[in-house]
Design a protein around this ligand. Structure first.
Ligand code: SAM
Ligand code: SF4
Ligand code: SF4
Length: 337
């Protein structure tokens, strides 16, 4: 029997952030001015260990979680990540494990990840032109190795690869059509994401959001698209296909067309806090009870259940351009996307 919150939403998905570190400094996520060389990243001791993550995930699975997404920071900078995937894949009830990555380290690890039990991968790529992409990742990283990462994942059996592109006005809206052009006629599914006000570092403004409607207009003007039925209830991306048969795309409209009413996602931050919303300010500390020898799995299950039962988050449905900058929110690199 699934654990349900105040609005009757079941606890079904768990996003696990395995590190707050990253080898990129995407301007909308970890801007250099804030995440510089003196930034206090978490120490090894502060991070949950693989054993701790696995123990918690087993408890979440008992409470109804079926799908896991491994994220970060950049999850592949965490040493020996395939070992964690293998441990998680062995948990009863878990039937889908996905990884979100910037793909820079995918060519090296794709096959090990698949062998360990990874089912799917989402690669983030915000532009197909080098100059735009380099200006976004802010570490002068070119596009080609990311494309190589996508191919390595596909070769290893993680087909189709989902490709996430965050669209921000003034940053890359001119890449909507070129990205479509690149991924049309491939098995990979490009998904456009509205720029969100996660955390307090990225200086979010409502007028910088390129809305789902504007993205649809840009595509329709070049290659008309038509809607597809969702694969399942609560799917985050709205699905479309090109009318000319060139494949599928998705649009994630968390700002202009929010989907809180079907949100079944819990998030575990890298230092062990449980968040029930991407826009949470304070997570519930699970690391302290986890490291207390007197606390049993049953006690931990009760804690998680208690947090979910009280959940009333529907931030995206309530957001306004006035309130969004005022509220303190956890950074994306801590909680994961
Ligand atoms: N480093 C990995 C990556 O980039 O795929 C995983 C972590 S990253 C935080 C997860 C996803 O969140 C990425 O697709 C990223 O583009 C997206 N993201 C980060 N900040 C965002 C924002 N302010 N609005 C929308 N998406 C954002
Ligand atoms: Fe790193 Fe991903 Fe954030 Fe870019 S979006 S800075 S790759 S965590
Ligand atoms: Fe879920 Fe919070 Fe996003 Fe709404 S705003 S969809 S509750 S994570």
């Amino acid at each position: 029997m699934a654990t349900r919150d105040i609005f009757n939403r079941p606890l079904q998905d768990l996003r696990i952030s395995v590190t707050d570190r990253c080898n990129f400094r995407c301007v909308y996520c970890m801007p250099k001015e804030i995440f510089g060389s003196d930034y206090p990243f978490l120490s090894r001791r502060e991070l949950l260990t693989f054993e701790e993550i696995t123990r918690l995930t087993r408890i979440f699975a008992d409470l109804g979680v079926r799908k896991l997404r491994i994220t970060g920071g950049e999850p592949l900078v965490r040493k020996d990540l395939p070992d964690l995937i293998e441990m998680l894949a062995g948990i009863d009830g878990i039937d889908d494990i996905t990884l979100t990555t910037n793909a820079s380290l995918l060519p090296r690890h794709a096959q090990d990840l698949v062998n360990a039990g990874l089912n799917r991968v989402t690669v983030s790529l915000d532009a197909i032109h080098d100059d735009v992409f380099k200006a976004i990742n802010d570490v002068d990283y070119p596009v080609q190795p990311v494309l190589d990462g996508i191919e390595a994942a596909a070769q290893a059996g993680l087909n189709p690869v989902k490709v996430n592109m965050v669209v921000k006005r003034g940053m890359n809206e001119g890449q909507i059509v070129p990205m479509a052009e690149h991924f049309r006629h491939t098995p990979h599914i490009l998904r456009y994401i509205e720029f969100m006000d996660v955390g307090n570092s990225n200086g979010w403004r409502l007028d910088e959001v390129v809305t789902a409607a504007q993205i649809r207009d840009a595509l329709n003007a070049t290659w008309p698209i038509e809607p597809l039925d969702p694969n399942y209830t609560g799917e985050v991306a709205s699905r479309y296909r090109y009318r000319d048969g060139a494949g599928e795309i998705g649009i994630i409209s968390s700002v202009s067309e929010p989907f809180c009413s079907t949100c079944t996602r819990a998030r575990l931050a890298s230092q062990g806090q449980l968040f029930t919303c991407l826009f949470g300010s304070q997570g519930f500390d699970l690391r302290t009870p986890l490291r207390d020898e007197t606390v049993s799995d049953g006690d931990l299950a009760e804690i998680v259940q208690g947090v979910w039962h009280k959940r009333r988050d529907r931030y995206s449905e309530q957001r306004t351009s006035e309130t969004a900058p005022l509220q303190y929110k956890v950074e994306m690199s801590h909680i994961g996307g």
